[in-house]
Design a protein around this ligand. Sequence first.
Ligand SMILES: Nc1nc2c(ncn2[C@@H]2O[C@H](COP(=O)(O)OP(=O)(O)O)[C@@H](O)[C@H]2O)c(=O)[nH]1
Ligand SMILES: [Mg+2]
Length: 192
Amino acid sequence: MKSSFIRSYSDPAMLPKEGLPQVAFLGRSNAGKSSLINSLTDSKNLARVSATPGLTRLINIFDVAGKFHLVDLPGYGYAKMSRIEREGLTALIHDYLSTSKLLQLAVVIVDSRIGPTKDDRELIDSLHQADIPFILVANKVDKLSRTELSQIMSTLQVSVPGVPIVAHSSVTGAGSGELYEEIVRYLSASKA
Ligand SMILES: Nc1nc2c(ncn2[C@@H]2O[C@H](COP(=O)(O)OP(=O)(O)O)[C@@H](O)[C@H]2O)c(=O)[nH]1
Ligand SMILES: [Mg+2]
């Protein structure tokens, strides 16, 4: 799959108003978003995988196979961030979600070992309120036993009824094809 970095924006108002449909990737800092973007696009270093979380304040846009634009939003919920920084980040994310003309779908990445945090739930609430459809990714499932996996999957199904949930691991590659299929299926259905 041919994917490429397009550019970074610090201000959501500068994002293009015309072009391919956008799929926004959102998640807590350290939930594995960059690794997931790499595994989804079959690349080693498209989105930088960081061992120092909470350092990205930019919105990065990638072209995925000429089919859609993947919008990588800054990770939220980083503990070492000041309150002001945290609020700025939340504002940036909400600005993007409420002003983007091309946003069609969001992908919310949750660390399956931790489950949905307060920040994850708040984000999910704002997606519901803004009527933005989303797919939920239970990430890092390589860290779970079968029992733990089925527990977290049912917890998630109960908390977001009707939302597709993909169990994913960047270590094993599990779920990455499924996520891609879900995205493309959603985009082609909404075009019709
Ligand atoms: N076991 C495991 N570790 C992962 C997985 N995805 C990411 N990680 C690790 O989690 C940390 C954060 O990953 P990163 O992709 O930078 O997360 P981001 O902050 O959400 O972009 C890194 O140490 C990764 O190696 C996964 O699927 N399984
Ligand atoms: Mg990252």
